[in-house]
Design a protein around this ligand. Structure first.
Ligand code: PMP
Length: 371
């Protein structure tokens, strides 16, 4: 198979799988138990917390392991907003968020919050003027992604930090899922109040991720239960899964810059091969993440082309896999170009450090043959 959907998920790393199995075999006791076996398992868990904060160079932060970025995004957003129900507060997000952020804001809007959805330009960059115009002392939360999962736009988080910092009550949440382990940040995560990561995007395991927050933040847990993870994220802790996430993060971070250079070169090659092919438009800007290349094949709806490629075992996506059953113009591409045709014919090709030029050649060959 030729897999171009690494943004949807990535193959678990062998070392990560081995560690997961080892911990399940040797340290499977409940880390909340007060006897020795539990204490040993709990020590392993605490080491995971410490290691993740260390790998990301974080100080004065705490981490909550979750069932993935969807849960972590929900925890961040409701964790703040539930403190302010029925108080006429403003919250701000963007028009291009992942559904795990967007749906929370839509729900909170129904519950009485005033929501601003920031627009984006043709590169997918959020409108900072709109942010400045809408943020005020009544704003309690701004949530924006770092790297967009559909077109790869890298958002100007350092600028957002400067703006939000002027409003001490307002918290900044960043969905960092598509950036962590792939892109070197040009901002300091220590200046972001809360951010989210997902393990299966970085060769870790599915249904695991984390929310990392500034340790002064008063977050309300969403789930009600016992006191694990300070009661903010209750439920028996899966130490093996937390260790797998930690390992995946360590491994990907160690090779991040080397991978980046390789994938950037691949993306450049891909773009060159796409030149002069009729009806093909490139939607991702040149300064976007090299891991994502979004194109539109104007005479073919996304789904038709996906199924055509599937016959050759080439896999690409139309948009986010999480929304792929719903046939609508792709939201991010539409927000950028306001062009329905371009949005319904868009394809997300996502690359990895294991992608090869030969795989790209095969894609181009099938694209040229397509009638
Ligand atoms: N945010 C972004 C930007 C994503 O790409 C994804 C995964 N598609 C998520 C959140 C949700 O992650 P998870 O699958 O871990 O719930």
């Amino acid at each position: 198979m030729i897999y171009f959907d690494y943004t949807a998920t990535s193959k678990p790393n062998e070392e990560v799988l081995a560690l997961y199995q080892k911990i399940n075999a040797d340290y499977w006791s409940n880390p909340s138990s007060i006897y020795k076996a539990g204490v040993i398992t709990n020590n392993l868990f605490q080491k995971c917390e410490k290691d993740i904060l260390e790998v990301l160079n974080l100080q004065n932060k705490k981490i909550y392991f979750t069932s993935g970025a969807t849960e972590a995004n929900n925890l961040a957003i409701y964790g703040i907003c539930n403190n302010y129900l029925n108080q006429d507060k403003n919250i701000i997000t963007t028009k291009i968020e992942h559904p795990s952020v967007m749906s929370c804001f839509e729900d909170l809007e129904k519950k009485g919050f005033k929501v601003t959805y920031l627009s984006v330009d043709e590169k997918g960059i959020i409108n900072l003027e709109e942010l400045k115009q809408n943020i005020n002392n009544n704003t309690i939360l701004v949530s924006t992604m770092w790297v967009n999962n559909i077109v790869g736009t890298i958002e100007p988080i350092e600028e957002v930090i400067k703006i939000v910092k002027q409003y001490p009550r307002c918290k900044l949440h960043v969905d960092a899922v598509q950036g962590i382990g792939k892109i070197k940040p040009t901002f300091d995560f220590n200046n972001v109040d809360m951010f989210t990561l997902s393990s299966h995007k970085i060769n870790g395991l599915k249904s695991s991720g984390a929310l990392i927050i500034n340790n002064k933040i008063n977050l309300q847990g969403v789930l009600k239960g016992a006191t694990q993870q300070e009661g903010i994220r209750p439920g028996t802790i899966d130490v093996a899964l937390s260790a797998a996430t930690t390992k995946a993060l360590k491994l990907i971070t160690a090779s991040r810059d080397k991978h980046y250079i390789y994938v950037k070169e691949l993306q450049k090659y891909f773009r060159e091969q796409l030149k002069n092919i009729p009806n093909v438009l490139i939607n991702s800007s040149e300064d976007a993440s090299p891991y994502i290349l979004n194109i539109s094949i104007l005479n073919t709806e996304s789904e038709t082309f996906i199924h055509y490629l599937e016959k050759y075992e080439i896999y690409v996506a139309a948009g986010s896999a999480c929304n792929s059953k719903i046939k609508k113009p792709e939201k991010t591409v539409y927000a950028m170009f306001h062009d329905e045709r371009r949005a319904v014919t868009s394809l997300r090709i996502s690359l990895s450090y294991v992608t090869t030029k030969e795989e790209i050649d095969e894609f181009i060959k099938r694209l040229k043959e397509f009638k």
